[in-house]
Design a protein around this ligand. Structure first.
Ligand SMILES: Cc1cc2nc3c(=O)[nH]c(=O)nc-3n(C[C@H](O)[C@H](O)[C@H](O)COP(=O)(O)OP(=O)(O)OC[C@H]3O[C@@H](n4cnc5c(N)ncnc54)[C@H](O)[C@@H]3O)c2cc1C
Length: 377
């Protein structure tokens, strides 16, 4: 995006890529279908610990969904939309990548493939060539097989840029409790992330997929970056799971009482048939005692307010992450992604301390920052 925008604006552009061709990560996005933007892009869809004066909001205002769609339409991409998430019409990430590569060619961008950049000097020299501007778009350390191998962080550190700690984001949550009993279940849920004082730091909703070591699914992944930041700051982090967000506590309790009256021959687990998948019923019912007066409250607590402590292990495992939290502080760039105090050097995408939720927000942020950095004039 940065190279295409700059070349389209009349600059002579050289693209360095240490693989044999660029944008390999695109091919694995959206399960190979590439959810490349969203109909609704708001600042609240992004997390950052260094966006003190709303820079992310200003940047995404400069490159809205309609600008993104117009850009891709112009390079030949028809789109389709599912629940607000925008995909290329052929449903293949390859089509987006190919269209970008064709555009690089049309605009005469010089490409230096199989060429890993080791450093960028403050006088904007790269691999012995001096430039008016340098845009660093190396991605994070997520999915290193695609080329995004952390070398961007090294380049920036050598340039003297101070980075905030980098953690995995859009990654499964790791709980201290073993969740093998409900492994494989899929359900709609709501999650609330709290710190050790009980203060709510984030809420999410959507599909939840428990696995042995915690929770996966969009609902869990969306709050994972925030959870990692809390844990990385040396705090304890908890999630409270609402496994039946369809009803409020009172509605849920009334429903249980109504069912107990309607099906007097059923045991407690059988009473919940039709509300939850079977595995989840056994988990929620255990160890509720239906003879106790408090059993309806106990069921409600198990179904809608069960608390899990998160493990610090999740701050170190990038293998299942889709993006990174942390990196170049947002306060150390201007609204066009240029590093303050380093004239003409820009940073984009995942290298910045900004992670979006699932739904096309991270690619949109990469396009936005690439477009801003590449716009000359
Ligand atoms: C499995 C998976 C699924 C995803 N699905 C989605 C999705 O559906 N929607 C969405 O919005 N986001 C998704 N993402 C996130 C999205 O892919 C990234 O946020 C986005 O690609 C970041 O773009 P970037 O330009 O910052 O970095 P990258 O896409 O990582 O590109 C960095 C490029 O720089 C090159 N490079 C790195 N270091 C050097 C060096 N030293 N010298 C030369 N070249 C170098 C790399 O080879 C690479 O080509 C997904 C990510 C993953 C891992």
């Amino acid at each position: 995006m940065a190279a295409v925008t700059a070349a389209g604006a009349g600059a002579e552009v050289t693209l360095y890529e240490h693989r044999d061709s660029p944008a390999a990560k695109l091919l694995i996005t959206g399960n190979g279908k590439c959810n490349f933007t969203n109909e609704k892009i708001l600042p609240s869809h992004y997390h950052s610990s260094t966006d003190e004066d709303g820079r992310i909001g200003r940047m995404i205002k400069k490159f809205r969904t309609e600008d993104c769609l117009a850009f891709f339409e112009n390079i030949g991409i028809k789109t389709r939309v599912r629940k607000g998430c925008v995909y290329p019409y052929p449903d293949t990430a390859e089509s987006v990548r190919s269209a970008l590569l064709l555009e690089l060619k049309r605009l005469g961008v010089r490409t230096r493939y199989d060429c890993g950049v080791l450093s960028v000097s403050s006088d904007r020299t790269v691999q012995g060539e001096r430039f008016d501007r340098v845009i660093i778009s190396c991605g994070s350390a997520v999915a290193p097989g695609t080329g995004s191998d952390g070398s961007g962080y090294r380049i920036l550190k050598e340039l003297g840029v101070e980075l905030t700690p980098v953690y995995p984001a859009l990654t499964p949550l790791v709980t201290k409790e073993d969740l093998s009993a409900i492994k494989g279940v899929r359900c709609e849920a709501g999650l609330t992330l709290t710190d050790e004082t009980g203060a709510v730091t984030e809420v999410s909703s959507g599909e939840l997929q428990p696995y042995e070591k915690g929770f996966s699914g969009i609902c869990a992944m969306d709050i994972s970056g925030r959870a990692c930041r809390l844990l990385g700051d040396g705090k304890r982090a908890f999630v409270e799971a609402d496994l039946f967000p369809l009803m409020t506590d009172e509605e849920f309790k009334d429903e249980i009482r109504r069912r107990c009256r309607a099906f007097p021959e059923r045991n407690l687990a059988e009473t919940l048939t039709g509300l939850f998948p079977k595995k989840l019923i056994n988990y929620i019912v255990h160890p509720v005692d239906s003879r106790k007066e408090s059993f309806v409250d106990d069921l409600c607590r198990n179904a809608k307010h069960r608390r899990y402590e998160l493990s610090k292990d999740m701050t170190k495992d990038f293998s299942r992450a889709q993006t990174a939290a942390g990196g170049v502080p947002v306060y150390s760039i201007d609204d066009n992604c240029m590093l303050k105090d380093r004239e003409g050097i820009y940073v984009t995408g995942e290298l910045l301390d900004c992670d979006g939720i699932c739904g096309g927000y991270n690619l949109h942020f990469a396009w936005t920052t690439g477009h801003l950095a590449g716009s000359i004039g």
